[in-house]
Design a binder for this molecule. Structure first.
Ligand code: FE2
Length: 279
């Protein structure tokens, strides 16, 4: 992996905000302790030269390398959000797999997981971008791509008086990458999953690009060319050595319950039979 002094932003904030340098942020999610997939994504991100990486949660759960994936996210991501698997792990740890995770991670890693926020707002090219694992206030609010449009549009609602509605809502959780538009103005996207990707057995993530802008209370209008500049959402798929991850998982101390179903999922990109009450 490329050596770099990684203080989360590769350019200075002033350079990005006032000099309007092109800014790129990688959005990764749902690593599920699949280390080979995460390393492949980080290597590719280094080649692309992004300014920042944000993780939308589910760093642990399912896979065999929670210690390593926590460390990598902690060292490389400017923010890592809480996922539903972290929430299950922290609030209902009486599951074989979670007991094992708790046994092998450090107290410091446990404390870090327990401090993860539920959402992160940022502003790019005049747009307010809201990033969450699932719902804006609930990591268990599951929203599938084929769900009815009104349920998906609910994700954009302001959370309190004065909260500007996001123009773009990005999430993970369901492991399907997709994009959808609402009312000729709002954009919903899912970055897919790094470690337990559906549809294609390759690590999935997204890159947002544009210019960093200051937070504003004013709503952005799609036809206001002075306030909004070009903005991109790019979906990427990274092939990784799945057999290596499978062999390393089989050689690990991870509990056998659910292991083979998880391995079949990463091999085929299709859901296996639910293996616990937390899948
Ligand atoms: Fe997940």
């Amino acid at each position: 992996m490329q050596k770099r002094c990684w203080n989360f932003l590769t350019k200075s904030r002033a350079e990005l905000l006032f000099n309007k340098k092109e800014y790129k942020v990688a959005i990764i999610s749902d690593i599920h302790a699949n280390l080979t997939a995460l390393e492949a994504v980080m290597d590719y991100i280094d080649r692309l030269g992004v300014d920042e990486i944000i993780c939308l949660g589910d760093v642990v759960g399912k896979g065999a390398f929670p210690v390593e994936t926590i460390d990598l996210c902690r060292n490389r991501c400017s923010e890592t959000l809480l996922g539903n698997h972290e929430d299950f792990f922290l609030t209902d740890p009486d599951v074989d797999h979670y007991r094992w995770v708790k046994d092998i991670i450090s107290e410091d890693q446990y404390a870090w997981l327990s401090e993860r926020p539920v959402r992160k707002d940022l502003y790019i090219s005049g747009r307010k971008i809201r990033l969450c694992h699932a719902g804006p206030e609930n990591v268990h609010q599951r929203v599938y791509p084929k769900q009815e449009k009104s349920l998906k549009f609910d994700l954009f609602q302001p959370l309190e008086p004065g909260d500007r509605k996001p123009d773009v809502y990005g999430y993970g959780d369901v492991h399907y990458a997709y994009i959808e538009y609402f009312e000729s103005a709002f954009t919903l996207f899912n970055c897919g999953s790094v470690g337990n990707s559906m549809e294609l057995p390759q690590a999935s993530f997204a890159i947002l690009s544009g210019t960093l802008t200051e937070p504003s209370e004013e709503a952005w209008a799609i036809d206001d060319h002075e306030k909004a500049s070009p903005f991109g959402i790019q979906f990427l798929r990274v092939p990784y050595n799945i057999n290596k991850e499978i062999e390393a998982t089989l050689a690990s101390t991870m509990p056998e319950r659910g292991r083979d179903i998880y391995l079949e999922e990463i091999r085929t990109g299709t859901w296996g039979k639910r293996w616990s009450r937390h899948s």
